[in-house]
Design a binder for this molecule. Structure first.
Ligand code: AKG
Length: 299
């Protein structure tokens, strides 16, 4: 089901869009199963080594990792962030229905960005409370004048209570704002408080199958998870090749192409090798002040 003209206009004007029912549910269920399997294997390994005493085998996707994390925080290591590169992850990134919607935004040549993340936001913990930022704040400046679409995909029903995303509408229209590296238990890059607009943010709850689309300059954050469940989500990014290699620490790939069909990555094993063998180069060409080093003090 393509995005309507009205949805496309809303995305352009507001800098975000909640597109309901874009992703067939089986893609999400397969990724849930795959993540469950990774966590189960790790739990058994840590039980063997004595780092875990209780496996919590009867708890499902929304609860088990939280209980395991209570005994052994490193349990989430293989799934948290951009480390997981399994078959279902690749299937979601290359899901044709999702790419159809992305094509409407970036055109027929689609790069699946090197920057994708799985976010198991545990209940009542501070690490998943992500402060206001624009994704471009993390990237090389070469990406600033290009559209890099974030596709934020809930792997459960992400309600306000569970700490869904919040967006600042129309914030994408004013360039990349001042950021700084904050003293923060969550990802530390933050928009400078003087640059946070005083208009109202919009929470964007979303359910399985939905996708929250953002531009790379849309300010967004995610709030506390008070639901008692793990708020699982995947955030993927896509752009046209012209945006360049704006995040060199990880590997992206061509996901769809009318011009170079032979270069499109179609093999999940090649995806896994690409991710695992990539050697990152350099740091980004922006220098944000670092509160942790005393480079900025906020009055
Ligand atoms: O999922 C979250 O809680 C935050 C995601 C985010 O900030 C992002 O996708 O850039």
């Amino acid at each position: 089901m393509p995005l309507t003209q009205e949805q496309l206009k809303f995305f352009d004007n507001e800098g975000y869009l909640v597109a309901a029912g874009v992703i067939p549910r089986n893609y999400i269920h397969s990724l849930q199963d795959e993540l469950d399997q990774v966590i189960d294997a790790k739990a058994r390994e840590y039980k063997e080594s004595g780092e875990i005493t209780e496996l919590y085998e009867d708890l499902g996707f929304l609860y088990r990792a939280s209980k395991l994390h209570g005994q052994c925080p490193k349990i989430l290591g293989p799934v948290d962030g951009g480390t997981h590169a399994g078959k279902a992850m690749f299937a979601l990134i290359t899901c044709p229905e999702l790419l159809d919607a992305i094509e409407q935004l970036v055109g027929p040549e689609i790069v699946a960005s090197s920057v994708y993340r799985i976010r198991p936001k545990l209940p009542d913990r501070p690490e998943g409370i992500v402060p206001w930022h624009q994704d471009s704040g993390y990237f090389h400046t070469m990406g600033d004048d290009h559209l890099i679409v974030t596709a934020w995909i809930p792997l459960m029903h992400a309600t306000v209570e569970a700490g869904c995303m919040e967006v600042m509408p129309r914030s994408h229209l004013h360039g990349v704002r001042r950021h700084y590296w904050a003293v923060n238990p969550a990802p530390p890059l933050t928009v400078h408080p003087e640059d946070v607009p005083d208009w109202d943010p919009v929470p964007v709850p979303a359910d399985i199958g939905d996708v929250v689309l953002l531009t790379n300059k849309t300010m967004h954050r995610s709030t506390a998870n008070l639901s008692g469940k793990i708020r699982w989500a995947a955030d993927l990014r896509y752009n046209a090749p012209e945006a360049g290699d704006y995040y060199t620490s990880e590997a992206g790939f061509l996901a769809r192409s009318a011009k170079h069909a032979e270069k499109v990555l179609t093999d999940p094993q090649a995806f896994e090798s690409l991710r695992k063998s990539h050697v990152g180069t350099g740091s980004i060409d922006r220098t944000w002040p670092d509160q942790r080093k005393g480079e900025i003090s906020l009055g």
